[in-house]
Write a protein that binds this ligand. Structure first.
Ligand code: GDP
Length: 442
């Protein structure tokens, strides 16, 4: 899960201050030593760590913090604000003012450039744009076909001239065709190489010269940590990037790249890839990321995801059932289907404040196979069992396993997950209600 390792270390360091009535300089110093180690271990650039720690320390030993009624909380607030600043402060949006706007995607092979081109097109489509894709990766075998298949799946046209033509010509003709057909955004996928090299840069510069993109987005693999930052520095020097897309953040437990790219290159992270599927792309919100890292959750993203992907009618019905304690195993199945639409459960849990403790849910994978098993077990339950899971004792569990072709462990796990899901839904529904009251969500 994104930032998991860093998140745990930072939270355990800061926990020592939480709830303390008085904090002195020595306390802050001791905690900051741990914060420093946590960041270094997360592969954050050492210069960035040094500056970060000194900024936080300076603010944390200030009068305003030490004399406050809740100094521990104040230090956490300072860390939160500085983490946010580190990642760019506020969300950096795409600038799409031209008609059509051209977004040029650049990056090394395997970083996720082609996948991200498709994801970005899908994202813009959801915002009522009419994107057009140009398959310009003539270098990696099958990249063009990959983009065509992706385009087909999201119903976005893909322009291609095969892999024998000059990439500059492909880009130019692609943009021209998009214009002709009245598209408002053109996403040009380009060819990467295994390493930064001159031929690639020259080719990219020639394309940029010809199509004059509004955005030049570098796609880098977050899991490569400081290598990603070095790649970003190199590309930025040559190409004047307008933004970075960090891919595979879903698998990056450390977070070094996410925390260093902006500081080192001064180029903002605009999007984060959170999985392989076409909808697994999130606009990068520094403030939300910081609060995810500090275990405060990211309720806003969660609510946005829910609004975009969950059948509102069903959700309302489920919420009512949760509230009135009528939630049954049948509802649980429906719920799983809905959650699956929202993305990986691991990521969703990372956005919920304080779900780290729910170990049962943490290891749960909502994939098709798992769903099949869950469904089989639930179908083997009697009506009474579905409604009052408390009565499912050892012999009933054995019967359910036999009846569904699963194991007793599978049944045990499901029942535990059901209980955890109940807890999670309760938390979620009270959170969204809280937001509604404050007039923040819809
Ligand atoms: P390209 O050579 O840069 O065009 O790379 P691809 O787009 O083919 O991506 C390389 C691999 O990374 C593929 O297997 C993708 O499915 C995978 N990938 C891309 N983005 C993400 C992401 O955000 N998360 C995960 N888990 N995998 C990703």
């Amino acid at each position: 899960m994104a930032f998991e390792g860093l998140s745990e270390r930072l939270q355990s360091a800061l926990k020592k201050l939480r709830g303390k009535g008085k904090v002195n300089e020595a306390d802050v110093k001791a905690v900051m030593r741990e914060v420093r180690l946590a960041l270094l271990e997360a592969d954050v650039n050492f210069k960035v760590v040094k500056e970060f720690v000194s900024r936080v320390s300076e603010r944390a030993v200030g009068q305003e913090v030490l004399t406050s009624l809740t100094p521990g909380q104040q230090v956490i607030k300072v860390v939160n604000e500085e983490l946010t600043q580190l990642m760019g402060g506020t969300q950096a949006k795409l600038s799409l003012d031209s008609k059509p706007s051209v977004i040029m995607m650049v990056g090394l092979q395997g970083a996720g450039k082609t996948t991200t081109s498709g994801k970005l097109a899908h994202h813009l489509q959801k915002q009522h744009k009419r994107p057009f894709l140009v398959a310009g990766d003539v270098y990696r075998p099958a990249a063009i076909r990959q983009l065509e298949v992706l385009g087909e799946s999201i119903e976005i046209p893909v322009f291609s001239l095969g892999d024998k033509e000059d990439p500059v010509k492909i880009a130019e003709q692609g943009v021209a065709q998009a214009k002709e057909e009245g598209h408002d955004v053109v996403i040009v996928d380009t060819a990467g190489r295994l390493h930064v090299d001159e031929t690639m840069m020259d080719e990219l510069k020639a394309i940029r010269e010809r199509v004059q993109p509004d955005e030049v987005l570098l796609v880098v693999d977050a899991m490569t940590g400081q290598d990603a930052v070095n790649v970003a520095e190199n590309f930025n020097r040559e190409m004047n990037l307008t933004g970075v897309v960090l891919t595979k953040l879903d698998g990056d437990t450390r977070g070094g790249a996410a925390l260093s790219v902006k500081s080192v290159t001064n180029c903002p992270v605009k999007f984060a890839g959170m999985g392989e599927k076409v909808d697994a792309l999130e606009p990068f919100h520094p403030e939300r990321m910081a609060s995810r890292i500090l275990g405060m959750g990211d309720v806003l993203t969660l609510i946005e995801k829910a609004q975009a992907n969950v059948d509102q009618e069903k959700a309302r019905e489920l919420e009512r059932k949760m509230r009135t304690q009528e939630f049954t195993f049948d509802d649980f199945l429906t719920q799983l289907e809905q959650v699956k639409n929202m993305g990986s459960l691991d990521e969703l849990l990372g956005m919920m404040p304080g779900t780290g403790q729910m170990k049962g849910l943490k290891n749960m994978q909502v994939d098709e196979k798992q769903l099949g098993k869950v469904e089989a077990i639930v179908r083997s339950m009697t009506r009474e069992e579905k409604q009052s899971p408390d009565i499912i004792n050892a012999s009933r569990r054995k019967r359910l396993a036999a009846g569904s072709g699963t194991t007793v462990q599978d049944v045990n796990r499901l029942i535990k997950q059901f209980m955890d899901m109940k807890k999670m839904m309760k938390q979620f529904s009270s959170m969204t209600k809280g937001k509604k009251k404050k007039g923040m969500g819809r």
